[in-house]
Each structure stands twice: as C-alpha cells, then as structure tokens.
Design a protein around this ligand. Structure first.
Ligand SMILES: Cc1ncc(COP(=O)(O)O)c(C=O)c1O
Length: 457
C-alpha cells in the first residue's frame, strides 16, 4: 500500500496543508492532529499508529456488513474488468442495474416498484424533491410544491437538501434558503414534551404541527411531508408510536405525499429492510444510500411508489439524471452486499436479538449513571442523553461540551462513538454480537466515568 511509505506525520502534514474536511473546524483539527485511519476488518478500524478502534458508528452509519468483506472487493474487481462504466441514458441498461432495481423493488413495500439511482444520500433527496414536484406538475397541480420538514432533520448537504433539512447551523451558512420548505417541531419527547404530557400525546401533538403547517400553507400548495423515520444526525430522535400513523392519516387527508428518508435506516438498521416496514409507514418515496453497499461504493436510490411512477412514466421525458446513475460497479457491490445481509441473517439478528440486547445492556450498565438522562434505541440505533442533572434534565454549559468529552474518552478507551450536541450516538455494524455489545457497554461506562471526573474537577 502506497501509504505505508509515509509516516503518520507526513500524512498529517499533507492533510493539514491540502485537505478540506467535511463538517470540520480546521483550527481545532490542526490543534488536535488528524487521525490517519489506514485499514479495517470486521468491527474494527485501525489507525497509522496501530490503535484498534471498535467502530460503534459503522463508519458514518453505513458499514452494516462490517469491514474487510472479500465478496464485496471481488464483486467490484470483477465488475470493473467486465464493464467498468456505461451510462443508462442512451436507451441502454446493464445487467447489474436491472438486477439491483428488481432486487430493491422486491425488498421494498409492495406498492413501491421503481428505483432511480444516484451516488449519495443528498443527491437522492434532491431527486426526490424534483420528482414529487414534477409529479404534481404532471397531475396539473404545479402550485403543489411546498415540502414540510422538521427541525433537526438531516437530508444532506446540497443546497436543496440543506434547505429541506432542519439544521439551523447549516441554514446560517447557506445564504438565502431555497423557497418552498417549511419546518415544524421534531418528534423529540425528551426535550419537547410538556410537563405531564405522555409520549402518546406528545406524538400526536408533534404530528398535529404538520397538519397545522399544511393548513397554514393551504393543502393545495403542499407537495409532500418529508421525514427520516428516526432522525439520525439530529440526535437519534425516535418518535413515539403514535406519531407515524397520525402523519400517515394527515397526509392522506390532505393528499400530501409522504417522502421517507431512509438513508440511515434502510438496509437493516431497524431490524427490517426498511423502517417503513418496522414502523408501518406507507411512503410515496423512500430515499436510500449508505448501507445499500455497506458504504463500499457510493450509491443511492429513490424508491418510487406506484402512484408517482405511473404518472412519471407516461408523460414524456423527465429531464433528470446523473452520469453515475446506476453505476455498474456500485450496483454489483450492492447486490453482493444484499447477498451477505440475507445469507448471514443480519437483519433477523438485529430484530430478534442484538437490537434489544444493546439497549438492555446499556440500560443495565450505565442507565443509572449520573451523566445519563435517557437511553433510547430502535434496532441498532441508540442515543444516550448527557445531562448535568437527571431529574431536571439540565445540560452542561456550553452546549455539547460534556458529550464531546464523553466521545473523546470513548475513543481513548478504544471505541468510536459520535456526539451530536448533548447526545451520544451508537449506530454499529449489524455484525455486532452480544459479546461485542458487552465490550462496547464497558467502554461507554469507562467514557462516562472519565468524563464525570473531568467535569467535576
Ligand atoms: C438521513 C440522511 N439523509 C441524507 C443524508 C445525506 O447523505 P450523503 O452524505 O450520502 O449525501 C444523510 C447523511 O448522513 C442522512 O443521514
């Protein structure tokens, strides 16, 4: 490997001098020194100093099948030799994209049978936005263009995805937001439920905010509601069980389409192929990316429901597409990845065993910890709220500082966890076993204990 000819310091210095990182404070990065991740295997990544780090984030919520899969490397190698690239614009297709479209349609809810490919989650959300607006225009209702989203939603970093997302910090750096997006409250009971309001009632109130927004904009102007089944980058916000059925009812009542962003939840994380299945949602579009290839290749897709697809396919050309729509290498890897998930029963493992085991283990090992306000989870997606006072839910100042210490202690202890504001996130590969979970919980405890002594001094 070429990097083996370079020292850690040499790689760091090139990186410092020339590499602009995503979502990074570069002054802080230079001060702390960038970690050079050189290789990975199974559930672990390794850095250039030989540290082994248990990856509780599956890369960036994507390496569901774990690292070092020879089958995926072979699929890419063989596909590159056979057909490294060809477009799907010129009335052409290739075996891998046809097979993958069928495979994904077969896995998707019954009323979803068409798939449009891209390379990233952001791109797929841009496609979904254009597609629902184009659908309404074809239906003779071009004024139906507003998309209702939530605060703290993350749908990607393109201008459209940033505008549709609900991240205040991102909006503040965007300049003028794209028009046509409205944001309502997130279904985040831990912080937003009123005193004495139970989860069920809060879920209905959070859904009512969507209805209020539809009425305010006028249903005749609203194209769709968009949401992640569980808000991931916004802090693993898991809606109460009352939320999604009520959203579904409201969307149907006002003929507003339902766009589901399953870029994180798709391909197994919630113990089903899609959270639509595990949460009983019937969306008109589903966007996926990340785990469709377990992150081994950049690939995304919009799964398009029959209602939209029927209109789209019978009104001439839709002027939309990417050079890499249905890239053969990415599709070949996706097919091999889906084979692995199926053959190894990774989804069943999450659904019947590790999902529940992870949350229960964390609750028993650190549930009583003074820094822990709440632990919540769904499948292999977990959030731990970091608080100064468990009773009042008071946070440490400045916001996010305590969670950053927990994260740093966790990495020192040998595990990559993410801090989002005051919330710790775990979203591990689906290959984690009970034994991996026991080890992870011990590191979480170590990190919380370490942070507590630092915060008390
Ligand atoms: C729910 C969700 N949607 C969209 C995206 C954007 O995906 P990408 O970074 O591949 O553009 C992400 C990325 O984390 C995501 O979590």
């Amino acid at each position: 490997m070429a990097y083996k000819n370079f020292s850690t310091e040499q790689l760091q210095s090139m990186d410092n001098a020339h590499h602009l990182h995503p979502f990074t404070d570069h002054d802080e990065l230079r001060e702390q020194g960038v970690r050079v991740v050189t290789n990975a295997d199974g559930n672990y990544v390794y850095d250039s100093e030989g540290n082994a780090i248990l990856d509780a984030m599956a890369g960036l919520w994507c390496v569901n099948a774990g690292y070092g899969r020879e089958e995926l490397a072979r699929a890419a190698y063989e596909q590159m030799q056979e057909l490294a690239y060809y477009n799907t614009f010129f009335k052409t297709t290739h075996p891998q994209v046809a097979l993958l479209a069928k495979r994904v349609a077969d896995l998707a809810p019954a009323h979803i049978n068409q798939v449009f490919f891209g390379s990233s989650g952001s791109e797929s959300n841009d496609t979904a936005i254009r597609t629902v607006r184009h659908f309404w225009a074809l239906e003779g209702k071009p004024e139906k263009h507003i998309i209702i989203s939530r605060h703290d939603a993350y749908h990607g970093s393109t201008i459209a995805a940033t505008s549709m997302g609900g991240m205040g910090a991102m909006h503040s750096q965007l300049g003028p937001m794209l028009p046509g997006f409205v944001h309502v409250i997130a279904p985040y009971a831990y912080e937003l439920a009123h005193e004495g309001e139970n989860d069920h009632d809060f879920g209905l109130r959070a859904a009512k905010a969507v209805e209020d927004a539809i009425l305010e904009a006028g249903a005749e102007n609203v194209a769709a509601f968009v949401g992640e089944p569980i808000q991931g980058a916004g802090g693993v916000k898991i809606p109460p069980a009352s939320y999604w059925p009520e959203i579904q009812r409201i969307c149907r009542k006002y003929d507003v389409l339902l766009m589901l962003d399953e870029v994180i939840t798709g391909f197994g994380r919630t113990g089903a192929w899609f959270a639509a299945e595990s949460m009983g949602i019937e969306p008109d579009t589903i966007t996926v990316a990340k785990a469709i290839t377990s992150g081994y290749q950049p690939l995304s897709a919009v799964l398009v429901g029959d209602r939209i697809a029927k209109t789209l396919a019978s009104h001439g050309e839709y002027y939309h597409g990417y050079t890499y729509s249905g890239h053969p290498v990415a599709c070949a890897v996706a097919l091999a990845n889906i084979d692995i998930i199926e053959k190894e029963g990774l989804i069943e493992r999450v659904r019947d065993d590790t999902g529940e085991y992870l949350i229960k283990t964390l609750q028993s090992v650190v549930g009583d910890h003074p820094l822990v306000g709440e632990i919540r989870g769904f499948g292999l997606l977990v959030a731990i709220e970091i608080v100064k006072d468990k009773g009042t839910k008071e946070r440490f100042e400045p916001s996010g500082s305590a969670a950053a210490i927990v994260r740093d202690r966790s990495i020192e202890g040998g595990m990559m966890m993410r801090a989002v504001g005051d919330t710790m996130i775990l979203s591990p590969p689906l290959t984690w076993t009970r034994e991996t979970i026991d080890g992870a919980a011990a590191i979480v405890k170590l990190a919380l204990d370490g942070a507590q002594s630092k915060l008390n001094t």
